[in-house]
Write a protein that binds this ligand. Structure first.
Ligand SMILES: C[S@@+](CC[C@H](N)C(=O)[O-])C[C@H]1O[C@@H](n2cnc3c(N)ncnc32)[C@H](O)[C@@H]1O
Length: 432
């Protein structure tokens, strides 16, 4: 990325970080609104790079501030705190030319009405240049309680999990096989100067180690391709509904997995539910863009409240892509580490259990339910499914092979970064 010298991206990055770090706002939502203010794609890319770097490595920058300031910054200086983290991120890891980074950060202090602190900003930036920013231990960014859980659940792999969760992910594409073959699309990308590799375990997947803006992907607007992590693409293989099957996607929005199932088999009779009507509208948009206008019913409903939405006709295959801690996708949503509370896990586990119990009633005899999460916590995955099997006599687990990840209870767990993919759990349950 070529550096920009503009002040505006630094100001916007500071405001986004202030909202996320200090006011509990979501990074995705803040970026979505803030980036609209920047017409130059290089400025947008810089804001994203700064925000992600701070949320992935901010513990290092806070350590520097703790060492270099005589006392911690006051509450009224939270915006200054965000600005300093944004400033340090430009030096390391982003590695912008020091002069541009220092000058624009000092200028941003002025624009933010902190002229009186611009000398301090200048001094701290210059000290970071002279002395370098400290290195943090793996997992320094994680809250203690969550770090302990990961170390408990994955004792041999916890450092690799922390490291992978701090890396930028590749861009994974899913080629819409209704519009063309994956190899043909890879050639189209190549002609457009975009390098992609295929994955032997993904029939429709391509991996771009150097991500590009989605709008530059050939045929994107017409539905030739979607963005979807490789681990999420494996869900369709794990569910593997028979041709013409009656399928329920119980937590469907924004519709990535529903769409993939329909791309693979247009004869499926799909019902897609989501509790959130706004998010459900995204499923419609997803299906429209991909030109998957077949036999699909969309409903806004609490999937656990089956009396409210189910007409009593059983499903051959049910996908429960359950709400979860999102601990497998921290590389994409680093603010999960700020916002997630230990008490959330109890509530999530209760919701997951209620969804499993209720949806099991909708599975036809001999039918299948695939339980999936983007969590790497056993309480939401292996332990959750074990407890379900223990209280559900007509349920048995069916094995999934090693291409789905490590054996974990009766399911399979992919850990973040393995094969370049997100952390994901899959368990396939068969009804007697
Ligand atoms: C992990 S996301 C699903 C992603 C989706 N399967 C895809 O591939 O695009 C979980 C979804 O579950 C929905 N959800 C949460 N609780 C629900 C419930 N009780 N009933 C139905 N949907 C629910 C959320 O609104 C959210 O959209």
């Amino acid at each position: 990325m070529k550096p920009t010298v503009g002040t505006q991206p630094r100001v916007i990055a500071t405001r986004v970080l202030d909202a996320v770090l200090h006011n509990g706002r979501s990074l995705k939502a803040e970026l979505a609104t803030s980036l609209k203010q920047l017409p130059d794609p290089r400025d947008r890319a810089l804001v994203e790079a700064i925000c992600f770097a701070v949320l992935r490595e901010g513990a290092r920058f806070d350590a520097a501030l703790a060492a270099w300031l005589p006392r911690p910054l006051a509450k009224r200086d939270r915006e200054l705190h965000a600005l300093m983290l944004a400033g340090f991120a430009q030096l390391d890891p982003i590695g912008l030319p020091p002069h541009a980074a220092v000058a624009a950060t000092v200028e941003a202090a002025r624009v933010l009405g902190r002229q009186h602190q611009s000398g301090l900003v200048n001094a701290l930036m210059r000290r970071a240049l002279r002395e370098g920013l400290p290195v943090a231990e793996a997992g320094a960014q994680w809250p203690q309680w969550l770090r302990a859980r990961i170390e408990h659940d994955w004792p041999g792999q916890s450092d690799a999990i922390f490291a992978a969760s701090a890396q930028a992910p590749p861009l994974w594409l899913r080629v819409n096989r209704r519009q063309g073959a994956c190899d043909d699309y890879r050639e189209q990308l190549q002609q457009a100067g975009i390098e992609a590799t295929s994955d032997p375990d993904l029939a429709d997947g391509l991996r771009l180690d150097t991500p590009v803006p989605v709008a530059t992907l050939p045929g994107f607007a017409d539905g030739a391709v979607s963005v979807q992590d490789g681990a999420a693409q494996r869900v369709a293989d794990a569910l593997a509904p028979a041709p013409g099957a009656r399928v329920l996607d119980a937590c469907a929005a924004p519709g990535g997995k529903s769409a993939h199932l329909l791309e693979r088999d247009p004869t499926l009779r799909l019902t897609a539910l989501d509790i959130d009507p706004t998010r459900l509208r995204q499923v419609r948009e997803t299906l429209d863009r991909l030109q998957l206008d077949g036999n699909t019913e969309l409903r806004a409903a609490d999937a656990a409240d089956i009396d409210n939405w189910w007409d009593g006709s059983a499903f051959d295959a049910v996908l429960l892509d359950a709400p979860c801690s999102a601990t497998g996708i921290i590389r994409r949503q680093p603010d999960v580490l700020l916002h997630r509370r230990e008490s959330d896990l109890t509530a999530l586990a209760r919701t997951q259990a209620a969804l499993l119990d209720a949806l099991w009633r909708t599975v036809a005899p001999g039918g299948v339910l695939l339980y999936a999460t983007c969590s790497i916590l056993k309480a939401e995955n292996a332990t959750q499914v074990d407890a379900f099997l223990a209280r559900t006599p007509d349920a048995t687990a069916e094995p999934l092979d090693a291409r789905f990840g490590h054996a974990s209870g009766v399911g399979r767990q992919r850990l973040p970064g393995e094969d370049g993919m997100d952390g994901f759990f899959y368990a396939r349950l068969r009804k007697a």
